[in-house]
Write a protein that binds this ligand. Sequence first.
Ligand SMILES: [Zn+2]
Length: 292
Amino acid sequence: MTMFVALDQNGRLITIENSLRGLACKCTCACCDEPVIARKGLIREHHFSHHSNKESCFIQRESLLHLYAKEVIRDQLGLQLPPMPGVYPASVDPTSWWDFEKVDEEVPQLGFQPDLVAHLRDGSQLFIEVAVTSFISEEKLERIKKVGINTVEIDLSDLLFSKLLIPSEEVKTHILKQTQSKTWVYPEQPEIPAQPAITWLMIPPKLPVAEPAAKCIESRFTIMGMWVSARILPTGSVAVRSWSFNPQITELLKSWRNELGGEYNPKYKNWIYFPPAREEVMSRLQQLDKHH
Ligand SMILES: [Zn+2]
């Protein structure tokens, strides 16, 4: 695995293009911390190699995303966030930029460790969790609730399979500015609806389709060895979710959304397909299930 990124002397991710040639880059391996040389010769594709001549390390894109997200948030001392639960800004764009005084990494809390702890001007704190393939567990959520500190989760799973370079301005902007991928973990939404299915769609239920009583019936499928469930919503749309993260299933559901129309709901981590596409989505799920 060729190494195209390393850490510069300030511990920031740097691409081979942006680094000085040779040992002058003063870089270290983002994986094992050993000094690396920027090989920028005429023949081979430019890359980093360990100074010790050790074989290249394999730096997973997931780890890079994690590192980079923490780096840009610490550098920018801020984040664009969706409105906090229970807050309803009157502006056209309800999201807002939050300024931080200081951002710390790896500060152990009672029984858990958030990725970042941001300190706000008013003395309060904000926990920031960076999620790529693993999201906040129930156990962690309970602990966050217990300490009662505002917590936001940034879902970067979309960037895992994109071709965007890490580090790059595009990825940086996505991390900082994109609010669709950010969810308030704490505080929670003020009222917990008895039937969460209704809030999956932020649109008020229109005329229910001719389905008897439009009950929320969940169908479960096994696709590529994973549980995928589909729920018909009172609006006639269908909400599909995979019970554990699987990149192929995510790609598949996303391509259906692009093809048939629909949207991703980051809060419930499910894909909503609108009524005209419902039958098609259900029949595709059934087919995939049979093939298994
Ligand atoms: Zn290494």
